[in-house]
Design a protein around this ligand. Structure first.
Ligand code: MG
Length: 456
């Protein structure tokens, strides 16, 4: 057994600091288990592998590739590519699964493996548990004559672009006719492989920073507003109609308005959903921690909003069961089933450009038209009682709130346009609390009220 004490193992993957817990041996071990699982489950024996631009990515991809071949899997290597491009390749090649070597939005010292099933969606809790059970025993290995093959597939990103341009309601000619001036920040992640091609196909003039795919992130790579100062400056300097920022593996998109102000990643999903609902009214799905902006979008369109537990796969599965037209997470992760059931930043960018083209309104005005809320996030000490009892007590203490127990406890007061979500941390003895309300005072007040009501 290898030491996993410094790794973060979750449903969708395994993450660690390079050289401090995360080593080629660990990666190979997980990849071999995944390969054995994928082969058993099928269809076929093909496994797609791709990676973001991290310095350690090629090394870990080679370790994972060797392990997959040793497990009897035929490896198709798409190289440096967005995670959603890897996921699409799994679907297109009718592969048994895929591995994305990426630590997503995490800082430069991290890397990770993410596990993709044959549908192109990440493994869910049950599938992941089945795969990880293989780590406990002797992972089946191929003999010399059953070893898997390896080939490169340089076309995954181009096919991804074509899939986006083929979205049924995307009016490519209309967008092209606008000759949009767009600013772009790919943080030297994998976004540099796809965004210039997509934006060129959409007729945009692009002013870009950090397109190099060398993984030397020049700033914190999470595309939250506070990290986007350079892009804000670029928008102001160039007069772009929008600034686009993505994370290293290109599943999250954050926007800077034409005023040169990062508007917060919650607006990406709200604005993209607004556009999709203009063309196909239907159910929306997001997670329990996402902004009320989505309730407002659903209400304005006269459609239902469903909330799923936090975690992309939970949102995607709920989108399947509700036949949702669009969904995703408030962190800038937009899921459009017309392309696939996973977060996809280039898809989100295309939808935002179409919204600008259709409405003729500036981004700042479109965002202001949806609404404005304040979110406060805090950590509270974890109570000594079992959390189920704590949640029962809190729900009873606030009988005027709607209580949702799918994932921790979410209390909402729709008429006051506010809510609170409590979840335990997986790694620290704390409970995370998120409160949202029309003003910061109200949101902070809600945190304090719940802090006082929390049993010892
Ligand atoms: Mg990501």
């Amino acid at each position: 057994m290898l030491d996993t004490s410094k790794l973060m193992v979750s449903v969708s993957g395994v993450r660690g600091r390079v050289g401090d817990g995360l080593t080629p041996e660990v990666i190979a071990w997980f990849a071999a288990a995944f390969g054995a699982y994928a082969r058993r489950r099928g269809p076929g024996t093909t496994v797609v592998i791709g990676r973001d631009s991290r310095v350690s990515g090629a090394m870990f991809a080679r370790a994972a590739t060797s392990a997959l071949q040793a497990a009897g899997c035929d490896v198709v290597d798409v190289g440096i590519a967005p995670t959603p491009s890897v996921q699409l390749a799994v679907e297109e090649l009718k592969a048994a699964g895929g591995l994305a070597v990426t630590a997503s939005h995490n800082p430069i010292e991290w890397n990770a493996l993410k596990f993709i099933g044959p549908s192109g969606m990440f493994l869910d809790a049950e599938e992941s548990a089945e795969m990880r059970a293989l780590l406990e025993g002797d992972i089946p290995r191929a003999t010399w004559k059953e070893l898997g093959g390896w080939r490169e597939d340089p076309g995954a990103v181009d096919r991804h672009v074509q899939r986006i341009l083929a979205i049924p309601f995307l009016d490519v000619e209309k967008i092209r006719s606008m000759r949009f001036h767009v600013a772009l920040d790919c943080v030297r992640g994998a976004g540099g492989t796809i965004f210039p091609r997509l934006l060129e196909a959409l007729g945009c003039t692009v002013d870009a920073i950090n397109l190099e795919t060398d993984g030397l992130f020049p700033r914190e790579p999470e595309p939250i507003a506070e990290n986007l100062g350079e892009l804000e400056e670029l928008v102001r300097r160039t007069g772009a109609v929008v600034g686009l920022a993505t994370d290293p593996d290109v599943d999250r998109l954050s926007l800077v308005s034409e005023q040169g102000k990062a508007i917060g990643e919650d607006y990406t999903l709200a604005l993209a959903s607004t556009l999709v609902l203009r063309h196909r009214p239907g159910a929306l799905v997001t997670n329990l921690s996402t902004s009320r902006l989505m309730d407002d979008v659903a209400e304005a369109a006269g459609v239902r909003l469903f909330r799923a537990p936090v975690g992309e796969i939970n949102v995607a599965r709920r989108m399947q069961s509700e036949s949702a037209t669009v969904g995703g997470e408030g962190n800038g992760g937009v899921i459009l089933p017309d392309v696939h059931l996973t977060r996809d930043a280039p898809v989100a960018a295309a939808l935002i450009l179409q919204l600008l083209a259709e409405t003729g309104k500036p981004l700042s005005e479109l965002a202001a038209g949806i609404g404005r809320y304040e979110i406060v996030k805090e950590k509270l000490p974890r109570p000594s009682q079992p959390l189920d009892a704590v949640y029962d007590a809190l729900a009873a203490r606030f009988p005027d709130a709607e209580a949702d127990r799918q994932d921790g406890l979410r209390l909402s007061w729709p008429e006051r346009k506010s809510w609170a979500h409590l979840r335990p941390s997986g790694t620290e003895p704390i409970v995370r609390i998120i409160c949202e309300a029309p003003t910061r005072e109200e949101a902070q007040g809600l945190v304090e009220t719940l802090r006082e009501a929390l049993p010892e």
